[in-house]
Design a protein around this ligand. Sequence first.
Ligand SMILES: Cc1cc2nc3c(=O)[nH]c(=O)nc-3n(C[C@H](O)[C@H](O)[C@H](O)COP(=O)(O)OP(=O)(O)OC[C@H]3O[C@@H](n4cnc5c(N)ncnc54)[C@H](O)[C@@H]3O)c2cc1C
Ligand code: HEM
Length: 464
Amino acid sequence: MTTMSEDRDIPVSGGGPHGGDGTGGHWSAGPGRPLPTPASGPQDRSASGPRTASATSAEAPPDAGATDPPPVPVPPVAGPTGEDIELIRRTLAEIKPVADKVTGHFYALLFLRDPGLRDLFPAAMDTQRDRLFSALLTAARHAGDPAALTAYLSDLGRGHRKYGTRAEHYPAVGECLIGALTRYAHHTWSPAAETAWVRAYTLISQIMIDAAAEDERRSPASWQAEIVSHERRTPDTAVLRLRPDQPYPFRAGQYTSVETPWWPRVWRHYSFAGAPSADGTLTFHVKAVPAGWVSGALVHRARPGDVLRIGPPVGNMIVDHSTDNGLLCLGGGTGIAPIKALVEDVAEYGRRRLVDVFYGARTDQELYDLETMLRLERAHPWLSVHPVVGDGCPVRAAGLTGQVPDAILGAGTWTGYDGYVSGPPGMIRSGVHALRRAGIPQDRIRHDSFETISAFQAPALAGE
Ligand SMILES: Cc1cc2nc3c(=O)[nH]c(=O)nc-3n(C[C@H](O)[C@H](O)[C@H](O)COP(=O)(O)OP(=O)(O)OC[C@H]3O[C@@H](n4cnc5c(N)ncnc54)[C@H](O)[C@@H]3O)c2cc1C
Ligand code: HEM
């Protein structure tokens, strides 16, 4: 088992103006805490060699361990300071124009250092872009809110199990991250900046490792799910119903990651298009984007009987049942899928709350789930569904024309409502702005994640 101290003799990239000492020792000698030492973490117990992300059967949750030794207590990790976060932001601002190069260099260092790790990643690395940096920036943004930080990173850590990521991989990733930054952040890199990054990465990794270890005790890393029905609603939109091979607990409004047999190790996110069902099946709405790998395969190639792999549920766009506030829901395109799940959740919970759904698409035909939403409206007097189609299009069902965010601003006052937004990134951005303008405070607005959007757009999107 690799520990940080064992790692010291593995050269890091070194190189830059304030590069490491070439031993990797700075990771454990820094003024913060050493990088997490996997040997002391609970995940160690079941680390049984690398799995490829395309394993053909889901791992059963290990017996939660009558024979397991009690976990060794890990002292709390000192997180980054406010000054650290500022230094991290400055580094990110400097590398923004060369983000592709930094990312490319990071992966080159990683695969040179540990060629075996290449098998965990998809054949084509083009979609990798800056997701690691994006996640780090999201973590930095949440730094002042430990609960949100832990929730976000715990989801991320649990989600990494399906890739075959193990605790001992984290130091390598950290070293290569620092190596890449050292090389490209010429002006903002300094011993203090390096310390800041080490502290932040150490904290982030520890939260991810702990969450993965905890998850391993009760859940598989991924589920196999057979397609039991496949219905084409428009030429490029399909509704898929899947039956997972093991119980799959999730909350309405969440999403998961999906891998198809045709693109091994290529994972994409899809939202559950309904609240948990009695028969345990899961429904997804998928729109094939032009030249889209996974969406194209799911819409045009997938058939009943095909088996997909799905990761754990993630996301916090869930109904807050502790309040009687109304729900103002904005769904664009397939963004209506999790909104429909929220409506079903409110219906099942049984407490009467006003729910207004603005369902937007460019054309009438693209409102592929309007009939379902109108059926729900007929069944529930507390629900109002407002179809909205792009300017100049004919409108079904006495709907509105224009964009969803404008439509809500023209349609009433929304104080006393919680906001929910789902759809393409641009719509999430404008939807959140519109909800704020409508008087709904930020802490009562929930939306699909920003962290899958580029690190270098995220602060602007979040309005921070
Ligand atoms: C939280 C979350 C939930 C999501 N839920 C759903 C869902 O329920 N249903 C659903 O269909 N999708 C959903 N998506 C989008 C989905 O994850 C994929 O991004 C999408 O299916 C494209 O993947 P792909 O592999 O087919 O395309 P890729 O191979 O990744 O991309 C191919 C090309 O299409 C471009 N592209 C990517 N997305 C779009 C787009 N939306 N419109 C136009 N061009 C695009 C890319 O830039 C690239 O040039 C969700 C995304 C997130 C972050
Ligand atoms: C602090 C540490 C890390 C952070 C913040 C991080 C962040 C991310 C993010 C945001 C993604 C995008 C997909 C998702 O949300 O799951 C991702 C994907 C991935 N990560 Fe990490 N990661 C970290 C450590 C690691 C480690 C140690 C490994 C193991 C080598 C690893 C392997 C992968 C793989 C294989 C993918 C999938 C790639 C793909 O889908 O194309 N990550 N990571």
